[in-house]
Design a protein around this ligand. Structure first.
Ligand SMILES: [Mg+2]
Length: 230
């Protein structure tokens, strides 16, 4: 895999950069977690399109601006081991880092800022609020709330001749393979057989440092020795 350097590195967010799932956390905070279980099951069984599940979950949770600020802190408190060091090392090597997530933008923006990732490289779902910070729906135009959304974002970011890699824990992350992105599975938080089976390579975790060993070329590994053990 690592004979030619990668140009861009795409990270999933929930259960990849952070140990939690944002929507589940918000549901627990709102005491509606039980109501979401049938929706999640229906989505996983393919009985309901992802976009419908997405909008119904948010309708039930009704997340406020304050809830999202709370989640932003939770994301940082639960950051995956080595995430800061791995992102920093990849940036030192000149790679463009993006976060591509079906999660909500505000907390992911703050996590991105914590990791030193540019705001314009965060791809997530926008929520609308009224003047008092109450939920007023989400941006339905984003492909990220739909099946196949991650592949669309990857395709839009691709430049001719680029070699791109995506790291994620979920089956939706595998969609990036459809547009030529190399997908590395991450099992440090959630381990899924289908991802183990279908990804180009797999990191068991618990931290992300194994990613460097898998994706950097021999030359790249020798460029910043001692920063992280690879
Ligand atoms: Mg994930």
């Amino acid at each position: 895999m690592n004979t030619r350097p990668f140009d861009q590195v795409f990270f999933d967010c929930d259960s990849t950069l952070t140990r939690i799932e944002g929507i589940d956390e918000l549901a627990r905070r709102a005491n509606v977690a039980d109501q979401l279980i049938p929706l999640t099951t229906a989505a996983m069984n393919g009985e309901m399109p992802l976009e419908e599940v997405y909008s119904r979950r948010l309708q039930i949770i009704q997340p406020t601006r304050q809830d999202l600020q709370w989640l932003a802190q939770r994301y940082q408190d639960e950051i995956v081991d080595d995430a800061v060091a791995v992102v920093s090392r990849l940036q030192q090597l000149g790679k463009k880092i993006h976060i591509i997530s079906g999660g909500l933008r505000l907390p992911i923006l703050e996590l991105g800022q914590f990791l030193g990732i540019n705001q314009e490289n965060i791809h997530a779902v926008d929520i609308n609020f009224d003047d008092t910070g109450h939920y007023q729906g989400f941006d339905c135009s984003t492909p990220l709330a739909c099946n196949g959304g991650k592949a669309k974002i990857c395709a839009a970011l691709e430049k001719a001749g680029d070699r791109n890699v995506l790291i994620g824990d979920g089956v939706t992350d595998l969609e990036a393979q459809d547009v030529g992105v190399v997908v590395i599975g991450f099992g440090g938080v959630a381990r899924r057989d289908e991802v183990i089976k279908r990804s180009a390579a797999y990191i068991e975790g618990p931290g992300l440092s194994g990613l460097l060993d898998i994706m950097l070329t021999v030359e790249e590994k020798s460029q910043t020795p001692g920063f992280l053990k690879v």
